[in-house]
Design a protein. Sequence first.
Length: 394
Amino acid sequence: MSEPNTPRVVPLVDQRRGPLPLPRAALEATGRMLPVGSLRDQLGRGLRDLRISVTDRCNFRCNYCMPKEVFDKDYAYLPHASLLSFEEITRLARLFVAHGVQKIRLTGGEPLLRKNIEQLIGQLAELRTPDGHALDLTLTTNGSLLARKAASLRAAGLQRITVSLDGLDDAVFRRMNDVDFPVSDVLEGIDAARQAGFGPSAGRGTGGLKINMVVKRGTNEHEILPMARHFRGTGIVLRFIEYMDVGATNGWRMDEVMPSAEVVNLIQSHLPLVQLEPSAPGETAERWGYADAQGQHDTNAGEIGVISSVTQAFCGDCNRARLSTEGKLYLCLFASNGYDLRALLRAGASDADLASALGHIWQGRTDRYSELRSALGPDTSDAGRRVEMSYIGG
Ligand code: SAM
Ligand code: SF4
Ligand code: SF4
């Protein structure tokens, strides 16, 4: 929502510009080898986490992500033929897994809008890491279709779900999704997910069900405490995300970012917290447990997480790659372009060609936008080149 009387300039960019050229070494090695095994990029970071965007469409218009002024009825979404098919996604995913990926997150746009998504989940659930383990397979959703879909997602082999929910107050929630969607339907979706088995004991790590709340100062910070109280003791981990300068259309301003440290202080002053160890290397969230009377973590009360993508750079161990809806590989959430893997797939590349390309692309990676952002200061004039989050997924 823009402030009344403050006109906002919304730059129109076409994120589907020409792809990055493949590294020369990848082309020269083509057909000669099938490199597998852990990769390291130029900063020594492994490749562990792959986020796959399965659609660029969404039924919400969260204004920090797909503002209505840009994503209106005339917006040209990708035609179906441009999307990677489930077979293409699975083929690439298998090669990523051979290169060290252990976790796959399906995202979008709104991933539950992709027809027969359960079929893709079933295919990905069959993949195994080189040492024989199933993947940590998860999905991020706005929850609007979850009441209908939770059971079939679970049956298809999905292990975990993250639901985005920016407040409990119906008026605030409707304003933030900007399509007048009621919060009660998302809460029903969360209940359905618990009943389907995405509860605290499901999946790996800290639970089968997480909630993400983007905090935007001046819009929903008064929802922080009600959200914390609502999910405390449920086994569901609530994570607060700093409003980020992703894409080029959300009119991002630093003064609308509420630093995670403030979120923690606010909760702490009502519900005492103790800091917890990270659950995995490269984990984006800092973990805080609710404390008992002795100042120890009360595991029954559970924990929260804060993701400080703006105020505390965490590029140092960033092990995430992103595959866009039309098959471009992005090495950073803030990248302006990606490598066109779909072109390779559709030109008849062998598995060895594709694996070689992936390997060389990752080995050449130097991205660390968040660390450099502080050096850029408030000048985000390069934003016109950045890809939209709804296109590469969060
Ligand atoms: N539609 C799904 C959803 O909302 O969960 C999946 C895609 S959405 C792009 C993935 C995540 O990105 C959501 O949790 C959303 O809140 C977050 N997100 C989108 N724009 C953001 C921004 N500007 N800053 C921080 N998080 C953002
Ligand atoms: Fe849609 Fe998710 Fe973006 Fe909101 S954050 S507009 S639900 S893709
Ligand atoms: Fe990873 Fe890019 Fe985010 Fe840094 S800015 S943590 S490299 S996605």
